[in-house]
Design a protein around this ligand. Structure first.
Ligand code: AMP
Length: 352
């Protein structure tokens, strides 16, 4: 029996971690964040999300000898601490400040320019807990500004993310940069075209290596960036497996879920072999459709959750050595109208 791993969280990320573990003989158990059982003392404990409820059980887990990455998980979930760390390490990020109690929108505009976002310090993700404030619109700042950061809106050319992992020996491995399209702050499509951002890859890897090394982090971490010209600005760091890495399930010989488990267990972590262009489509707020399976290359991952508007219900990966074949599959994939812009965005890249 291999050393047990417990994942705090029973959502889709936990499920996909366990599924990856089953294949390689890792012994993975999922813990209910509302009332987690306390695992045996030799268990390694990791999280599927950096935000979890504060209760007696989760507080006890934090004290468990197997709790992993304490320093990282005490820092990154707070946008204030995360941005402060990025500044300390001189890693580029969008200009930001902490609004003072007495600050009006105008005061913040004076510091950050005519367009900024207010983001809650903790808990917000996928565009939640965010307010866009434009000078032209005379918006009053809400009461939660004291528990928030303000960040300049970036006129980016595109958004990319780097998913990589650091092992117990300090060695880091990375996948190629992935390009991401968001609708109203939520990821709809990721595209991995290995050569597309080759020129940026070394700089991106150096940034995430610096961070993971500083934090003495072990496991998979994702770095989401805005690309402005040839400059990468870090938008957000996720100390876990990440939605923009789901393509690796079909586009790489070692997927991000397996890589995270290998890192924690101290198992071999060669640079994952990648298979060429891969696309991932998030299925948001929709019921299961067997028609997706009419597309020959569609690999469906369905999370079996109750459908709610905008909720991540599943995803589909499309992988083929020829991007034009992926484009053809994507054209025929049954998706609602709200996906037209996301689909067009991906088709433009797959066919150019
Ligand atoms: P977040 O939840 O902070 O990752 O934000 C979700 C999405 O909102 C990002 O992927 C961007 O598309 C958009 N966004 C967040 N922050 C900014 C910013 N400072 N400037 C422009 N767009 C942003």
């Amino acid at each position: 029996m291999t050393q047990p791993i417990a994942i705090l969280g029973r959502g889709q990320l936990g499920w996909m971690l366990r599924r990856a573990g089953d294949r390689i003989g890792a012994n993975v158990q999922l813990l209910d964040p509302q009332a987690p059982e306390q695992p045996a003392p030799d268990t390694l404990i990791t999280v599927e999300s950096e935000h979890w409820p504060d209760n007696e059980g989760t507080r006890a887990l934090r004290q468990h000898p197997g709790w992993q990455n304490a320093k990282t998980l005490d820092t990154l979930p707070s946008r204030i601490l995360q941005k402060t760390l990025l500044d300390e390490l001189q890693l580029p990020t969008a200009p930001w400040c902490r609004p003072k109690v007495s600050d009006s929108a105008e005061d913040v505009h004076n510091t950050l320019g005519p367009d900024f976002l207010l983001k809650t310090d903790r808990g917000g993700y996928d565009g939640r807990g965010q307010l866009r404030v434009k000078a032209a619109e005379n918006t009053a700042l809400p009461g939660w500004k004291n528990e928030a950061i303000a960040e300049s809106a970036i006129a980016f050319d595109t958004e990319v993310s780097l998913v990589g992992a650091r092992g117990r020996d300090g060695q880091c491995v990375f996948y190629h940069l992935t390009e991401n399209y968001h609708r109203q702050g939520v990821l709809t499509v990721s595209l991995n075209q290995p050569e597309r951002f080759a020129a940026l890859q070394p700089a991106a890897e150096a940034m995430l290596t610096k961070l993971m090394t500083h934090l003495d982090y072990v496991g998979v971490m994702a770095m989401e960036c805005f690309l402005v010209g040839d400059q990468l600005l870090i938008n957000e760091l996720a100390p876990r497996v990440h939605n923009s890495g789901h393509w690796t399930q079909d586009g790489a010989a070692i997927c991000q879920f397996e890589l995270h488990l290998r890192a924690l267990l101290g198992w071999p972590m060669p640079k994952p072999h990648e298979r060429g262009t891969t696309a991932m489509v998030n299925l948001l707020g929709m019921e299961h459709q067997k028609e997706w399976l009419t597309v020959p290359g569609a690999r469906l991952y369905w999370y079996n959750k109750v459908c709610q508007p905008g909720r991540k219900m599943g995803h589909i990966n499309l992988q083929h050595p020829d991007p034009k074949v992926i484009a053809q599959w994507l054209r025929t994939l049954p998706l609602p109208k709200e996906y037209d812009a996301s689909r067009e965005w991906a088709l433009e890249r797959l066919t150019s």
